[in-house]
Design a protein. Structure first.
Length: 165
């Protein structure tokens, strides 16, 4: 029988392939849990996770440009335009022409968009708050470090530039 306990101390520096695969599975199942509550809310709309991500990042960076959102989300322009068109038409996002560069479109949540974002993120904040509380401050800091090292380095600048609550 394999030891399924998490490794500690120095053994963390020399993880086996099986331990790494367990970490990968943890990421998959954690993501599934993390997205399940917002997915239930989104079922009441004609929206999916792409809509949720767009709403999230427009909320976190009011006035962000379409190009910046493309960079953050890593989707095609056509895919993002479809999502944004629907959110604008449904009155959740407002697109404003740039003051310095009229070719730019700056995105803002409308009051209805803020309300939906709040409903979606509250479920995730509740889940994160409980997990952080159960794990403790050292684990929370370690989790952040691991996540930052998993993400592509170019994305770290987006994490560090969003507003802190």
């Amino acid at each position: 029988m394999q030891d399924r306990r998490p490794p500690t101390g120095e053994s963390l520096l020399f993880l086996t392939d099986d331990q790494l695969l367990q970490g990968i599975e943890l990421m998959f199942f954690a993501y599934r849990g993390f997205t399940s509550d917002p997915d239930k809310i989104l079922q009441n709309y004609t929206y999916g996770r792409a809509h949720h991500r767009a709403i999230h990042f427009v909320h976190r960076q009011p006035g962000t440009t379409v190009n910046n959102l493309l960079d953050i989300l890593g989707v095609t322009k056509q895919s993002l335009n479809r999502v944004l068109r629907q959110l604008v038409n449904d009155g959740l996002i407002e697109s404003r022409v740039g003051e310095r560069d009229r070719r730019e479109r700056h995105l803002y949540l409308t009051p209805e968009g803020v309300a939906l974002e709040s409903k979606l993120s509250e479920t995730q904040r509740k889940r994160m708050r409980a997990a952080y509380k159960a794990a403790g401050p050292d684990a929370v800091q370690g989790f952040r470090q691991v996540m930052e090292h998993i993400m592509d380095p170019a994305m770290r600048r987006h994490v560090n530039t969003v507003k802190r609550d």
